[in-house]
Design a protein around this ligand. Structure first.
Ligand code: ADP
Ligand code: C5P
Length: 250
C-alpha cells in the first residue's frame, strides 16, 4: 500500500477519544473522483456506475458547478477566456462543499449555465450519501481535492473522438457554433489539456480506456466500490478488525 493510499485509509477511521490503540469506525462516504479531457465520457461513465449502484445512496457532484461566473467585462471578451485553466474554478468553494458532504450534511451547490457563462438560481441541493462521485476535467489536478478521494479514475479517450463529440454537444446543447468550438479548442482546450489535465492522469488509481464503451472496466470499478462499502459495514460490526485496502489497474 503506498503512503497516500494508507493516509486515505486512515481517514476512514477516527481514533478513540481515550487515545487507545483501537479505532472506532466513522461512517464516512466513499468518495470517487472521475477526471479526463472534455467529452471523454466522464458523465456517461458516472451515470453507468450510478445505475449499477442503484441499491446504494450515490450522489454526483460536477466540477462544472464551481466555474466562476464571468464579469460583464470578461463576457465582452469571452473568446479570450480560458475555461480549461484551473483558475476558472472556485476550488475553495468546491473543497468546502465536499467537506460538508463528507461529514454527512447536505450542501447547496451552484447551478452553472454554459450558455451565459454564469451561475443561475436556483442552486442545487445535494444530499449526503454513502458514495459521492466528483466528476470534472480537473478534479485530479489539485492535491487538496485529490486528498478527499478514496478512489481516483481517469477516463482516457482519443482526442479526435473527444473533439468530434465536443463539436456535436456544444453546438446542440451549449449554444455555440462550429467555428467558435474549433477556435476555443485550438486556443485553450487542447493546450490546457496537455498542460494540466493529461499530467493529472498519473494520480489515477484506475485508467479507463475508451470511456463508457469499456463495460469490463466499469463492472470492475462497481465491484470494487461494493467491496469497499461491504468492508465499511464489516467494520461497523467488528470495530476492532482493520481492513487492508489495495489498488488495482485496468
Ligand atoms: P464528459 O462528461 O467527459 O464531457 P460526456 O459523458 O458528457 O463527456 O459525453 C460527451 C458526449 O459524448 C455526450 O453527448 C455523450 O452522449 C457522448 N458519448 C459519451 N460516451 C460515448 C460513447 N461511448 N459512445 C458514443 N457517444 C458517447
Ligand atoms: O463537460 P466537459 O468536461 O466537457 O466540460 C468542460 C469543458 O467546458 C471545458 O473544456 C471548457 O472549455 C468548457 N466550457 C465552456 N464554456 C463555459 C465553461 C466551460 O466551453 N462557460
Amino acid at each position: 500500500m503506498d503512503s497516500e493510499m494508507k493516509k486515505r485509509d486512515e481517514n476512514q477511521y477516527s481514533p478513540r477519544p481515550n487515545g487507545g490503540s483501537q479505532s472506532t469506525p466513522l461512517k464516512l462516504p466513499f468518495i470517487i473522483g472521475v477526471a479526463g479531457g472534455t467529452a471523454s465520457g466522464k458523465t456517461t461513465v458516472c451515470d453507468m456506475i450510478i445505475s449499477q449502484l442503484h441499491d446504494q445512496r450515490v450522489v454526483l457532484v460536477n466540477q462544472d458547478a464551481f466555474y466562476r461566473s464571468l464579469t460583464n467585462e470578461q463576457l465582452q471578451k469571452v473568446s479570450e477566456y480560458n475555461f480549461d485553466h484551473p483558475d476558472a474554478f472556485d476550488t475553495e468553494l468546491l473543497l468546502s462543499s465536499m467537506q460538508t458532504l463528507r461529514t454527512g450534511r447536505a450542501v447547496s451547490i451552484p447551478n452553472y449555465d454554459f450558455k451565459i457563462h454564469k451561475s443561475v438560481e436556483p442552486a442545487r441541493l445535494v444530499n449526503p450519501a454513502d458514495v459521492i462521485i466528483l466528476e470534472g476535467i480537473l478534479v485530479l489536478h489539485d492535491n487538496r481535492v485529490r486528498d478527499t478521494m478514496n478512489m481516483k479514475i481517469f477516463v482516457d479517450t482519443d482526442s479526435d473522438v473527444r473533439l468530434a463529440r465536443r463539436i456535436q454537444r456544444d453546438t446542440v446543447e451549449r449554444g455555440r457554433n462550429v467555428e467558435n468550438v474549433l477556435d476555443q479548442y485550438a486556443k485553450f482546450v487542447k493546450p490546457s489539456f496537455e498542460e494540466f489535465i493529461l499530467p493529472s492522469k498519473k494520480h489515477a488509481d484506475v485508467i479507463i480506456p475508451r470511456g463508457a464503451d469499456n463495460d469490463v472496466a466499469i463492472d470492475l470499478i462497481v465491484q470494487h466500490i461494493r467491496t469497499k462499502l461491504g468492508q465499511h459495514d464489516l467494520c461497523k460490526i467488528y470495530p476492532n478488525v482493520f481492513v487492508i485496502h489495495s489498488t488495482f489497474q485496468i
